[in-house]
Design a protein around this ligand. Structure first.
Ligand code: IPD
Ligand code: CA
Ligand code: CA
Length: 258
């Protein structure tokens, strides 16, 4: 069966809606394990949701699936689903808010459809490359082009502030600092004009593939921290920001610190 972009988006939204329901209903009954460190968590819900999403998407579309909790692909040629079953697992475990289910369809490595569900807020962000981005089905407007980081919130973790003293200085000059603990939702904060920039030193494809489409559709610039293009197939840094804020942050971090 060949589906068009709208049908593929609808398929992804339906699966993400089901996954979000499971996350919400399982919030008192999961088990937690650690992965690479004591703060790198996975729950039985992450694994169950990834299983559900990958099997549904694969059976409906036939496309291969990459997911954080164990699904890998041999190649990014053609269409590939990229899944983070819970982005913000620490939040899922510790606070039960600010966690997302994130599903992207990449075509030859380019994120083309993005679905990010802010589960606790019951809000679905969607986008199709070249067609727009939506919040619960309502179009998301463009981000401000000519607004400085000084007029906005900057999002970064303490790891970035420690590693990049110039970023800490930019935060001091801005309207304020936030950190939510879900890279997908942090990108979406920039796309929905709540924050001027998001900086992270080390994101994986599943953290940002879906949010990248949402960002790009509303004019957010998404690059690596040195300004080079962000190829979502590879892990690395991200700078997602409104256009002027992006240029300013880049200038101050990488070109001229004065
Ligand atoms: C994590 C979150 C977090 C970011 C980490 C990610 P996870 O994803 O997006 O905000 O700082 O780098 O690994 O592990 O909760 O899916
Ligand atoms: Ca993640
Ligand atoms: Ca995850």
């Amino acid at each position: 069966m060949t589906l068009d972009w709208e049908e593929l988006l609808e398929t992804a939204v339906n699966v993400v809606t089901e996954a979000a329901r499971i996350a919400r209903e399982s919030s008192q009954t999961f088990e937690v394990s650690t992965k690479s460190s004591r703060n790198d968590l996975v729950t039985t819900v992450d694994i169950a949701i990834e299983g559900l999403i990958t099997s549904r998407l694969h059976s409906i579309t036939g496309y291969p699936c990459m997911g954080e909790e164990g699904h890998s692909v041999d190649s990014f040629d053609g269409p590939v689903w990229v899944i983070d079953p819970i982005d913000g697992t620490m939040n899922y475990v510790a606070t039960q808010r600010d966690y997302a289910v994130s599903v992207a369809l990449c075509v030859d490595g380019a994120p083309t459809i993005g679905v990010v569900c802010d589960v606790a807020a019951d809000t679905m962000y969607t986008a199709i490359a070249g067609q727009g981005a939506w919040r619960n089905g309502e179009p998301l407007g463009p981000v401000p082009e000519n607004t400085s980081y000084r007029e906005g919130i900057l999002i970064a973790d303490v790891k970035e502030l420690d590693a990049l003293p110039r970023l800490a200085q930019l935060v001091r000059e801005s309207r304020g600092h936030r950190r939510y603990g879900s890279a997908a939702l942090e990108c979406v904060e920039v796309a929905r004009r709540q924050a001027a920039a998001f900086v992270h030193l080390w994101v994986s494809p599943w953290d940002i593939a879906a949010a990248q489409v949402i960002c790009q559709e509303v004019g957010v610039r998404v690059t690596r921290l040195d300004g080079t293009p962000l190829d979502v197939r590879y892990k690395g840094s991200i700078l997602a920001a409104w256009p002027q804020a992006h240029a300013e942050v880049l200038q101050r971090l990488c070109i001229d610190p004065t």
